[in-house]
Design a protein around this ligand. Structure first.
Ligand SMILES: Cc1cc2nc3c(=O)[nH]c(=O)nc-3n(C[C@H](O)[C@H](O)[C@H](O)COP(=O)(O)O)c2cc1C
Length: 362
């Protein structure tokens, strides 16, 4: 047993969290992790409110262990999502990006444990100042949207800066990594890619095969997907998108998509709806511009991002879709169940601690 401030805070057996993954960490994966003694997180940014309600119900029906919901504080219906989390007595809420003080307060008042994902010390300090209960510090080797600081530097820095438990993320896959994270001052680890590559994960076999085949150089970080650094699996399609051409030009235009979102105040869902409408040719004029002043190409690519992620993760279209991935995919070559994985990590962490203790003997 390894007891930490995190196992105490969350009431979980093991200091292992499943990081939120859009279209991947739904009820099946989250419940499998929570049932195995870790903390499963439902990724809700890619769900409607009604879908989230159903997902919470399903997860609660599949595990007696605590689980959480990951949400975006800037979602137009964030307050409604918080009310749902409270009403359904979900034990934990985690914020995908910057949290908001009023949402943290509403959750904490209702007894919900709050966690924020951060990529810099400054953001960790800010969230801690707002009363967050724990932070997930994700280093640059992680999958999906990432910062530039590697895990080995970010975690010790953040752990020294804040008093709340720090959960280390980005590149973890085994028990040695858990011990390393504890040595850096963290209270546990969160893993995305490693949990995607389990038999409990809902993504298709062909998608899992591509991840398993990837080497340590099998991912790239690009801003060309949606304007912010995003680590994805390097596929033929990604090489093509990055190397120019017509599709490449469209992707390049997406660099401003995030700015567009800021300017327009439009949520991803609305952008998605517009993107679909554009696809159908309604309202699209190649020379036209959206009222924000940005080109329709920019709008279209941003709107397409969820579609492209979904194409791979839900529909199994590895030829068309984008696959967020941590560099750690290059070190993973099996598909255990979540229970097998967590047990193996804890056994290896115990053995590693014993090895280190033995090494200290004169
Ligand atoms: C397939 C995939 C999808 C992801 N989707 C999301 C998401 O929807 N929201 C989010 O905050 N982070 C997302 N992430 C990032 C993870 O929450 C986490 O930060 C990352 O996986 C940690 O690095 P690791 O993959 O090396 O374990 C995703 C990561 C992956 C691999």
């Amino acid at each position: 047993m390894i007891r930490t401030a995190l196992t105490e805070l969350l009431g979980i057996r093991y200091p292992v969290v499943q990081a939120a993954m859009g279209y991947v960490s739904g009820p099946r994966l989250a419940a499998a992790v929570s049932d195995a003694g870790g903390l499963g997180l439902i990724a809700s940014a890619t769900m409607s409110l009604a879908e989230l309600e159903k997902a919470i119900e399903e997860t609660a029906g599949q595990t007696a262990g605590p689980f959480g919901v990951n949400l975006r504080a800037d979602a137009p219906d964030a307050a409604e999502r918080v009310r749902l989390i409270v009403a359904r007595r979900v034990p934990v809420a985690s914020f995908a990006q910057a949290p908001k003080p009023e949402l943290i307060a509403a959750l904490k008042d209702a007894g919900v444990v709050t966690i924020a994902s951060i990529g810099t010390r400054r953001h960790a300090e800010k969230a801690a100042g707002w009363g967050i209960d724990a932070v997930i510090a994700t280093g640059g080797e992680g999958g999906g949207h990432v910062g530039a600081v590697p895990t080995s530097l970010l975690v010790p820095q953040v752990a020294a800066a804040v008093d709340v438990p720090v959960i280390a993320a980005g590149g973890f896959f085994d028990g040695r990594g858990l011990v390393a994270a504890l040595a850096w001052g963290a209270a546990g680890i969160a893993m995305g890619t490693r949990f995607l590559l389990t038999s409990d994960s809902p993504v298709g076999d062909e998608v899992k095969r591509l991840y398993l085949e990837a080497g340590l150089d099998g991912t790239v970080v690009t801003r060309r997907v949606d304007g912010v650094p995003h680590r994805i699996l390097r596929t033929t399609m990604v090489d093509h998108l990055m190397s120019g051409g017509r599709a490449g030009a469209l992707v390049r235009s997406a660099r401003n998509a995030v700015a567009f979102r800021g300017v327009s105040g439009m949520g991803w869902r609305e952008m998605l709806r517009q993107g679909r409408a554009l696809h159908r040719g309604t309202g699209h004029r190649s020379t036209g511009r959206h009222e924000s002043g940005l080109s329709w190409g920019q709008v279209l690519m941003a709107a397409n991002t969820p579609v492209l992620l979904r194409a791979a993760m839900v529909d199994g279209r590895t030829d068309l879709g984008l696959m967020s991935s941590g560099q750690v995919a290059g070190l993973i070559d099996d598909l255990p169940s979540c229970a097998e994985l967590i047990e193996a990590i804890m056994a290896e962490a115990g053995a590693t601690l014993d090895r280190l203790r033995l090494a200290r003997r004169p």
